[in-house]
Design a protein. Structure first.
Length: 434
């Protein structure tokens, strides 16, 4: 989480100031609930709320923690400095540190998810716009990096849209999964605190009470959340990799926007490098790096140990901040991306007509030729196109066996490009609806 790859709104969620503000709200709402139950005097609960406009001093809390070696106790001590030691004596009653820490972490993850959901909606809008724009822009499809059969640039954008739409659904589920809180005491038994207090605090913070906790909220929830972020990051890399390939000099079917005054290389003034999508590939690796530690956090000793704590202090902010930045960057890349239809056709025709080989193969089998013989007839002509850059259609028309089976018109008809795009509308309806 460095400024270069951070955006202010997400960073603010993970700031110490925000964390201590959430801690305060948890404690204040808990006191309010205790007063409602008659467990503590109303005036003590009201006194805690008098600190609602206080700017908690991060440096002062750090100073206290240097002595106590305990962050929650340091915060509670600082809170008492504002509220008064006598007035604050019921704060944190029946609670344990994890009640505050875990509930706060989940509030931060929920707020982060809300930003990420907006990011994804923006990316989906950009992908849909470019898909519709290039629905009929023909380009060659590739398998193993090798020319296969025609497709369209619109279908490329559409499949990325569909993938990100699935990720949007996954993130909504992950948000729901992580939106729980626990105010259940030392080992989750509510021995010293009424379950109604947990319900009150969670309702105030937009969470659901954790059905059963130990001293901590179960970490399978967090594992699912960070795994979802990892999948989204991989999808970002999927899009970025395609754009990087398209921008290669030998391909140049698409490219990142190159702004006025931008420099591509300190040594070579001619360079236009895909730096944004290369950066996205690297950022995806960072987000995914949190997944294994999150999975390993699930197994804790008995009712709790703190082996997960140091991990989450890092992966919580780092993953959310990095993914937020990456989604925003990718949206900008898609919105401004340059597309070169003429280059797409030129690339298609580097091996003239070769992308129609399967259609000729199928036509021969339908004409009564065995598949083995048909494959041999097509391949012997196709290899000449590879080796000598001859025209596939002309070679077929000069092949007596092929013409005998299909006729001249039958061969000519197999080179109609519309054959490969006839179901584009059907696919678009599946992806985007009517």
């Amino acid at each position: 989480m460095i400024p270069r790859y951070s955006r202010p709104e997400m960073v603010a969620i993970w700031s110490p100031e925000t964390k201590f503000r959430i801690w305060y709200e948890i404690e204040a709402h808990a006191c309010e609930a205790m007063a409602n139950l008659g467990v503590i005097p109303r005036e003590n609960a009201d006194a805690v709320w008098k600190a609602k406009d206080v700017e908690f001093d991060v440096a002062r809390i750090d100073e206290i923690e240097a002595v106590t070696k305990h962050d929650v106790i340091a915060f509670l001590t600082h809170l008492a400095e504002h509220v008064g030691s006598d007035e604050a004596r019921f704060v944190h009653q029946g609670m344990t540190s994890s009640d505050v820490l875990d509930t706060c972490l989940n509030v931060q993850l929920v707020r982060s998810a809300d930003i990420l959901l907006k990011d994804m909606e923006g990316l989906l809008a950009a992908l849909k716009k470019r898909a519709l724009e290039h629905k009929d822009t023909v380009r060659v499809g590739r398998s193993h990096g090798i020319h296969a059969e025609p497709t369209t640039m619109g279908l490329t954008f559409a499949r990325f849209y569909a993938e990100m739409d699935r990720n949007l659904a996954r993130l909504k589920l992950a948000r729901e999964e992580i939106a729980t809180g626990a105010i259940s005491g030392a080992v989750g038994t509510f021995a010293n605190i009424d379950p109604a207090i947990e319900e009150h605090v969670c309702a105030a913070l937009g969470l659901s009470p954790e059905p059963i906790s130990t001293q901590v909220i179960p970490r399978d929830r967090h594992a699912m959340f960070f795994a979802t972020l990892g999948v989204i990051a991989s999808s970002i890399e999927n899009v970025a990799t395609e754009i990087r390939h398209m921008q290669r000099t030998e391909v140049l079917e698409g490219a990142e926007f190159f702004s006025m005054g931008q420099k591509g290389s300190s040594a070579m003034p001619h360079k236009k490098n895909p730096v944004l999508t290369e950066n996205l590939t690297g950022l995806a690796r960072l987000v995914r790096s949190a997944v294994i530690p999150a999975l390993e956090n699930v197994a804790l000793w008995h009712e709790r140990d703190i082996s997960h704590s140091s991990v989450e202090r890092a992966i919580g902010p780092d993953s959310c901040v990095t993914l937020d930045f990456a989604l925003s960057r990718l949206t900008g890349v898609i919105e401004k991306m340059l597309v070169f239809p003429d280059n797409m056709l030129d690339n298609m025709n580097k091996f003239p007509g070769l992308v129609m080989s399967q259609r000729v193969l199928l036509a021969l089998t339908q004409a009564g030729v065995s598949r083995e013989d048909a494959y041999s007839m097509v391949q012997r002509n196709a290899l000449k196109v590879w080796e000598e850059r001859l025209d596939f259609r002309e070679l077929l028309l000069a092949d007596a066996d092929v013409v005998a089976a299909l006729g001249v018109d039958g061969v000519e008809e197999k080179f109609n490009m519309d054959y490969h795009t006839k179901h584009v509308d059907t696919i678009f309806k599946r992806v985007f609806g009517a």
